[in-house]
Ligand binder design. Sequence first.
Ligand SMILES: Cc1cc2nc3c(=O)[nH]c(=O)nc-3n(C[C@H](O)[C@H](O)[C@H](O)COP(=O)(O)OP(=O)(O)OC[C@H]3O[C@@H](n4cnc5c(N)ncnc54)[C@H](O)[C@@H]3O)c2cc1C
Ligand SMILES: *[C@@H]1O[C@H](CO)[C@@H](O)[C@H](O)[C@H]1NC(C)=O
Length: 491
Amino acid sequence: MMMTTNLRSLEEKSRIAIVGAGVFGLSTAYHLAINGFTDVTVFDRSPYSNALYDQHRGCDAASADLNKILRASYGNRAEYQRLAYAAREEWKRWNNELRMIRKEDLPDGLEGVGDLYTECGFLRLSDSPIHPLSEKELAGLSNLEKQFPEYRLKNYIISDSSEEERARTDGWGHVLDSMNWSGTGVLDATAGYVRADKACVWLAKEAKQAGVQFIEGKLKGNVVNLKLVESLESLSDSKIVEGVMTADGVFHPADLVIIAAGGWTPYLVPDTRKLLETTAGSIISIQLPPLQERPDLWDKYSGKNWPVISQGHDAQVYSLPQIDGTIKIGYRGTKFTNYVSLPDNTRISVPVTAYTTPSQTHVPVQAIQEIKEFIRRHFPDLVTLGISYTRLCWYTDSIDNDFLIDYVPGYHKTLFVASGGSGHGFKFAPVLGQHVLDSLREQETDLTKIWRWRDVPQGRRNGLEEGETGPRVLLKQTLATEADWMSVMNV
Ligand SMILES: Cc1cc2nc3c(=O)[nH]c(=O)nc-3n(C[C@H](O)[C@H](O)[C@H](O)COP(=O)(O)OP(=O)(O)OC[C@H]3O[C@@H](n4cnc5c(N)ncnc54)[C@H](O)[C@@H]3O)c2cc1C
Ligand SMILES: *[C@@H]1O[C@H](CO)[C@@H](O)[C@H](O)[C@H]1NC(C)=O
């Protein structure tokens, strides 16, 4: 592909350091490499090559997860709707590619995985039976009608008899029959889930094959500092980043540093703190009995037979089909913050996880209560199993839920940020980097315009304006303990 001339100093041979090997970093690295950039290095402190993005083996990222929802329903945000359907095509292509690989040639971690994307359908239910479809849902349907009429036909409005009839004719009767719901909602047959950890393994492998270098681990891969020099070119306070320092004391020079550090981005790049805030979603698992004991439950809750389900305003609680007998359920009704003091006396929210010091895996009682109600309704035959595991999963929320993908102002285009996933970035893994590249090349598109560095608006800013005086601070919550998990029947 042709290089554009308006790149300050970025050339195909430029040394590019990417901090973070979650999907934002991986997709960026991959698309840089397949577009001719020959010196791309990704740093991450998680041991991904050995532990294969397994969240139980030291991999600490929003991307290192069992599964994530892929949906193109985006209310009135037509750009994301288009992008999600473009991504869906790529996920299907990945499925096909994987199917073509002989079993013995599958990369480590992908043996027996099957498809990365499963189109099990997504059942989006309203708050309560009396609630009409939300404005967001209606806007999404009307956008579908305009942009993808064929997909509108694969979205069925629950409680509308002709739409339900169409769902049955199209083979989705099993989902309608299994749900405990008499209110409104939509069954979206163009959605489903992706295998998050496995998709990262796949994308990392593709990136390596395209020539990307990876430096990983607590010491070697842990970026502790950006090397900054004051610019000599001007008297303003503009700076130049010359590379990154890792925890083993090594300096890695770079012409361009791209920060794709998820929830750790505001920590690494102070400039982003007015645009990004790190917040936690609450995740729980239900572990089904072993397959030999209850093959019926494994079958019932597999993606072949069971959809992704969400309930409530903005998908307050949601569940995904079982993977290896584990059913993941999440609560995002309130996203929690964890404020700490930094050496310079500023206070920001940073992730606290199973692998940070101090560590935390427990989630607030508020989340557990909402999730239990959801389990009673949608998984009544699992209530006695109890919850087997909980974790906080860290979002990087932007002030407007749009990603933040741009050069950081004031660094002579030596520092770039690709973050602000705002809880909906994973599905775009196959295509995201393509658009990061547009932004790096300063090619304006519908998407680069939405994601670029922006001014902070007055008033409501996605809760960022609350800071630590707000009610979402984790320290102000009562955390649930194992006792609360045992039987889902007692609240
Ligand atoms: C609870 C939850 C549910 C979600 N559900 C969905 C969903 O259903 N569908 C969907 O599309 N999206 C979903 N998302 C959003 C999606 O997970 C994120 O948008 C995406 O994974 C973010 O990727 P990332 O690369 O920006 O960050 P991360 O995946 O968090 O990766 C950041 C990486 O940076 C590394 N890092 C940080 N600091 C340093 C440092 N100093 N040195 C070296 N490495 C460093 C970390 O180790 C980590 O590997 C969800 C998010 C959460 C939290
Ligand atoms: C349906 O959900 C309600 C409310 O959670 C619950 O009390 C009831 O047992 C469920 N019924 C069935 C048949 O699952």
